[in-house]
Design a protein around this ligand. Sequence first.
Ligand SMILES: Cc1cc2nc3c(=O)[nH]c(=O)nc-3n(C[C@H](O)[C@H](O)[C@H](O)COP(=O)(O)OP(=O)(O)OC[C@H]3O[C@@H](n4cnc5c(N)ncnc54)[C@H](O)[C@@H]3O)c2cc1C
Ligand code: FES
Ligand code: FES
Length: 1364
Amino acid sequence: MPCASQSDELVFFVNGKKVVERNVDPEGTLLTFLRKNWTLLSKSWLLRLTGTKYACGRGGCGACTVMVSKHDPVSRKIRHFSVTACLMPICSLYGAAVTTVEGVGSIKTRLHPVQERIAKSHGTQCGFCTPGMVMSMYTLLRNHPQPSEEQLMEALGGNLCRCTGYRPILESGRTFCMLSSYQQKGTGKCCLDWGENDSSPLGKKSEICMKLFAKEEFQSLDPTQELIFPPELLRMAENPEKRTLTFYGERVTWIFPGTLKDLLELKVKHPKAPLVLGNTSLGPAMKSQGHFHPVLLSPARISELSMVTKTSDGLTIGAGCSLAQVQDILAERIAELPEEKTQTYRALLKHLRSLAGQQIRKMASLGGHVISRHCCSDLNPVLAVSNATLNLISAEGTRQIPLNEHFLAGLASADLKPEEILESVHNPPSQKWEFMSAFRQAQCQQNALPHVNAGMRVLLKEGTDSIEDLSIAYGGVGAATISAHRSCQLLLGRRWNELMLDEACRLLLDEVSLPGSAPRGRVEFKRTLVISFLFKFYLEVLQELKKLVKLFSVPDSRHHSEVSDQFLSALEDFPVTIPQGVQTYHNVDPHQPLQDPVGRPIMHLSALKHATGEAMFCDDIPMVDKELFMALVTSSRAHAKIISIDVSKALELPKVVDVITAEDIPGTNGAEGDKLLAVDEVNCVGQIICAVVAETDVQAKRATEKIEITYEDLEPVIFTIKDAIKHNSFLCPEEKLEQGNVEEAFEKVDQILEGEVHVGGQEHFYMETQRVLVIPKTEDKELDIYVSTQDPAHVQKTVSSTLNIPINRITCHVKRVGGGFGGKVGKPAVFGAIAAVGAIKTGHPIRLVLDREDDMLVTGGRHPLFGKYKVGFMNNGRIKALDIECSINGGCTLDDSELVHDSLRSLFPNVIEFLILKLENAYKIRNLRFQGHACMTNLPSNTAFRGFGFPQGALVTESCITAVAAKCGLPPEKIKEKNMYKTVDKTIYKQAFNPETLIRCWNECLDKSSFYSRRMQVEEFNKKNYWKKKGIAIIPMKFSVGFAATSYHQAAALVHIYKDGSVLVTHGGNELGQGIHTKMLQVASHELKIPMSCIHISETSTATVPNTIATAASIGADVNGRAVQNACQILLKRLEPIIKKHPEGTWEDWIEAAFEQRISLSATGYFRGYKAFMDWEKGVGDPFPYYVYGAACSEVQIDCLTGAHKKIRTDIIMDACCSLNPAIDIGQIEGSFIQGMGLYTTEELKYSPEGVLYSRSPDEYKIPTITDVPEEFNVSLLPSSQTPLTIYSSKGLGESGIFLGSSVFFAIADAVATVRRERDIAEDFMVQSPATPEQVRMACADRFTEMIPRDDPETFKPWSIPIA
Ligand SMILES: Cc1cc2nc3c(=O)[nH]c(=O)nc-3n(C[C@H](O)[C@H](O)[C@H](O)COP(=O)(O)OP(=O)(O)OC[C@H]3O[C@@H](n4cnc5c(N)ncnc54)[C@H](O)[C@@H]3O)c2cc1C
Ligand code: FES
Ligand code: FES
C-alpha cells in the first residue's frame, strides 16, 4: 500500500487563499478541515475557520453551509452553489473555490449587506444557524443579485433555525428581492397602513409602531465587491490535468481519474469501490451505519457524465449532473415541448422541488440517487413508471438496462456489473392519451424524506377511457422502490371508472402489502396513502380526460366518469407560499431621550458577529495545549445488570489515551438512582457507562465501538405511561389540587363527558449540541470550564462534588449558548463532570462535543403526557366540574431535581407540580380536581423544556373545552368565553389576580383576526370542498412566569467603570439567544445615562457573579435586570456629588474625578426578588410573581386524503406590558410559537419496542422549516398595566408563546371535526398530539381507510411503540 507521502497535492482555494494539502485524509470532510485545520496558508493566515458550524453532520440542518464555486466544463461558466460542508469530502474540492462566512465579510473590515441585513432585521437569536443562513443567501445573491421571493424561500429551505421562527430571516432576505412586497396578504392593504384604520383599543396611531428596523439604512448590494474566482483555478480548469490524482490516507485512498477511460479501468481494478459524487448517500451511511470503503473513486472530473442530450426520443441526462441541474434541465425542456410530451418531466420536477434542501440538491447526483436505490427515493418511482433506461458503460463497452422493478429490487441479472458505471439516464417523452403523476407525503411540506411516495402512469387507448398500459411504483413501503407490476397487468383493458378504481385499490393493497411490523412503522397510514394516491391519480386523469374529450369531441365521451366540483379539491397540492405579516408594538414615549435605549427595538448585541461567524461558541475555542477529546459509551439495554466492561480493545487502538469509568470518580458519582456513570445497573438505552479519551475526536468515537459490555437483562422493562401506572412505577408522590366539591357538582350538571389526550414528547434540538471544554490548571487543583449551559453554577457545583474539591477552585465560563430551551439547565453538569474526571485523571484538557445522534439519545426532552378528563357542564356550555388526571413519562430519573440543591428540593416544584399549578389556564371553573403523576420508565430521563409542563397540560384542558363545545353543538370559542376568568379573582391555588389583560388579549385577537367573518368563510369553503377542509381556532392563555421557589428569585450583578469611562457589566444570566445581554446593556445605559456603546458584557462567569440561578422560567431579564439596575444606581449615587458639582462635564471627566477622589468605581448589585410560596397540603399559595396573557388565532387547511396541512394565517396578541426591547420580545414570541407549532404538529419521537430512540437526526425528527411559517403571521404586543416586580414593568416572554402554537393544533382538529361531522363519524375521538399527517389522515376516515387491512396487535411486534 503506497503511503501518504506519495499522495498528490490537493489544490483548492478558501476565501481567495490557496490551499495546498500534501497529506490530506480522504476520510475528512470540508467541515472538519475548515474548523480544525491549523495549516499556515500564508504568513498571517491560518485556516481554522470556525464560523462554519457543526450541528448535525448529516446534511440535514444547513448550519455548515458554505459556497463552492467551480468552473463548469460544459457551459464554461463559473457555478456557485451552496453545500453542506459536513458531507463534502475534502478531496472532492480539487480545483474548487470555497467561500465561508468569514470570506463574505467581517466586523473588522467590511460587513457584507447579507450579514448586515440579517443582523439588523433581528434574524439572529442564538446565532448558531446564522452563518449557514448567511451563506445560503449569499450564494443565492451571487447567482441572482435580485432574486425572486420564491428563489429566496428555496435557498433557505435547507437551513434550520430553532430560535427565530424564520420570519425575520426571511424579511432580511426579502430586502434584496425583485418584488419586495410589503403587501398584506388577504387584506389587500399595506402593512404600513395597518395602524391607520386600526379600531383597536391599542391606542392612537402615533403610539403604534410596525417597524422593527430601518431598511433605508442598509448598504446596497454591490456585486462587483465580491471575491473573484481565482484565476489560477480558471487556468487549471481550462487546461485540465488529465492525469489520475491519488490521495492516500491512513485507511482510505481517494482516486480521482481525469478521463473516462481511466475511470473505467480503475473500476475494473477496484470493482467494489463506490463512485463518490455528492456523498449524500455514502457519507451518512459511513457515519452512522459503519459502512467502510478502503478505496473511493471520484468521477467529478469526467465531463462525459455531465452531458445532456435532447432528441425527439427523449431526454438523456448525465449521471454526474446534480439534482439541482436536473431541475433546471427539466424546467427548460418543459418550456420547449408541448405539454403532452412533458408529463414525466413535470412529475420529476414536482418531486425535485421538495426533495431535501437546496444544498443537498446541489451536491447529490442523479447517478448517485438512482444507484443508491434509497427506499424513499423520490425520483426512482417516477423514473420506473416512465420506462426510463439506464445507459451503462464499462471498459468492455456500453449497454442499456431498464430502470424497472428488477433493477430496483437489486436482482443481479438486472443490475450493474461491478466494473460498470452509470453514464446517463434516458427519459422518454410522454404522449397524447398518456397521463403521469407523482405523489409524496412527508412529515412536513419541505425538506423531509417522504413517508410514502408514488409514480403513476396510464396510457389510454386513443379516444377512449380504456387502459392500454399502466405502471405504478411506490417508495417508502419496502426496502426499495416497489413496482405494482402484477396489479397493473390485471387492470389492462379496464375502463377508467369507479369500478376499476375499486378493483385497483384491492389489487394494490394485496400486492404492495406491508406487514404490521414493517420498518419505519406508520403501517396503516402508509397502506391508506397507497390507495389515496391512486384515488388522486384517478381523479386527475378524469379531469385531463375531460379536457381532451372537449378538445377532440370524442364520440363516447358521455360514458366517461366525471369529477364533481366538490371533489376537485382532491387534486391540488398545497403550494409553498411566502409568509407575510406585521409586527406591532407600542412606541416609547416621544419625550424619552434618544440615547435611552429602553423600549426600543435594539439589535441583538452579538447579531453582527453571529452573521460574520466571529461570535465564538464553546467548540470554537481554539485547541489548547495537550488537549484530548472525549466520546461517551452508552447503554444499549433498557434495564440490565452490568456484568462486565472490557475496555482492552479500545485501549489498543492508536491515539487512545484512557477510558474513564465510575471507578475513576474521586468524589460523588451523581445521586443515588441518578449516577453520572453507571455502576452495576443501567436503567435506559443511552445511559452513560464510560467515556473514551483519545488524541482526536474520530479516534475517541471509533474506540467507543470497541468497548465490550456484557449485560444481564432485568425485569420489569417499562416504557409507556400505561405500563408505569400498572407497575406502580412513579418518580415522586402524586400531586393534587382541588377546589369546590367536584363529586357533588357532577351530580347537578346536564351532561358529563370523559376523554383522553396523548401529548408526545419533544426534543430540544438546540442547534449547538452539548459541549464542554475542561482545562485543568497546574496549581491548587483549579479548573477552568468553558461550557454551553443555562446554569454554570450548577455545573460548577456538580464538578466540585464529583472531584471532591471546593467550589472556589472551579470557574465556569459561558460566552454564549447556541440554544438551550431548558435542555441546558441540568444536563451540561453531567457532561462537565465526566469531562472533568477525564481531565483530572489524564492531566490534560478535555473537549467533549456530543454529536447530534448522541445528544438526542442521551439528553431526554419534553415529557410525553397522558391525560384523562371528566367534565360536567350545562347544556349552554357552562362548565361546573372538571376532573383532570395527568401522567407524564419522566424517564428513569427525576431529572429536574438537578435544578436545585437537595435541601431546596421540597421548595422547588418539578414538572408535574408546575403542570398541576398551570392546568386551569384561562378558565374559572368552580369545582376542580387536578392530579398528576410522574412515571418512572426505562427511557432517558426527561428534563426541563420551555414551558415546563404547561404546553402539555394546557392541551388537555383546551381539548376538554373543545369536546364540550362539540357536545353542546356550540363553537369552541363560545365555550371558552363563557368559562374564562372575567373579573378580579383567585386561581385554584388561591392566588389573586386581575384577568383584565387576558380579556383584552382575547378581544383584540378576535378583532384583529376578523375571527367571526373568517369562521363563516371557513364554513363556506368547507361546504364547497369535500377533500380539503379548513379549520380555525382561537386560544386564550394565562401563563404564570417564574420558578415558584423563593430562592430562585434573586440575582446579582457586578458593574465596573474603568478609568476611560468604559463600563463592564457582569450578571448572573446566560446569553442563550434570548438577548439577555442586550437587555442588560439597555438597563445599564438607561441607568447610567451613557450610550450602550460605552458598555460591554464579556461573559457569564462563576468567578465574577457567584451562586447564580439557572437562566430559565422566563425571568432571566426580570431578576438580572433589577440587579444590574441596582449596581448602576449605587455607582451613580457615588458619582452624584461630582456630577452636581460639574454638571457641564462629560462622563469621562466625572469618572476621572471620581478616581482622583478615591471613589470606588465598582459595585455589586443585588435583587432580592419575589417571595414565592406554595402549601401543597392546603393547596394554597402565591407561587408566581405575575402572569403573561395572550391569545392566538390560527387557520389551516387540511388535505383529507394525505393528512397534510397548510398554515394559512396566525394572529398573536401578547401582553408584554412595557417591553424592554420589542424586537427581542417579538422574536421570542414568534420563535416559541413556531417551536410550539412543531411540538403539536410534526415533532415526533419514535422508540423501538426495546426502548431505543430511532429519531436521532434531522432526517427522522422534523422541527419546523421556513415553509412551515404561516402564510400570514401577525404579532402584536399589547401594552398593559404596570408590573412593579419587574424591571421597568417589562414581562418575561421566553416561554409562553409555545402554548399558542396549539392554536394550529386546534385549527387542524376543527378541520378534522368538520370532516367527521360531514361523514357522520363520532366527533369525540381521542386527541393525539402531534397532529401529524398520519393522525390527520387516519382521523379523516373514509372508504379508503375502511378498505385497508388492519392487523391484530397481538400477532406482530410493531416497529415502534407509543410512550405517551
Ligand atoms: C439531508 C438529506 C435529505 C435528503 N432528502 C431526500 C428526499 O427528500 N428525497 C429523496 O429522494 N432523497 C433524499 N435524499 C437522498 C439523496 O437524494 C441521495 O442521497 C442522493 O441523490 C445520492 O446522490 P449522491 O451523488 O450524493 O450519491 P453518493 O453518496 O455520492 O453515491 C451513492 C451511491 O451511488 C453510486 N454511484 C454514484 N454515481 C454512480 C454512477 N455514475 N455509476 C454507478 N454508481 C454510482 C456510488 O457508488 C454510491 O454507492 C436526502 C439526502 C440527504 C443527505
Ligand atoms: S448540515 Fe452540516 S451540520 Fe447539519
Ligand atoms: S438563531 Fe437560529 S438556531 Fe438560534
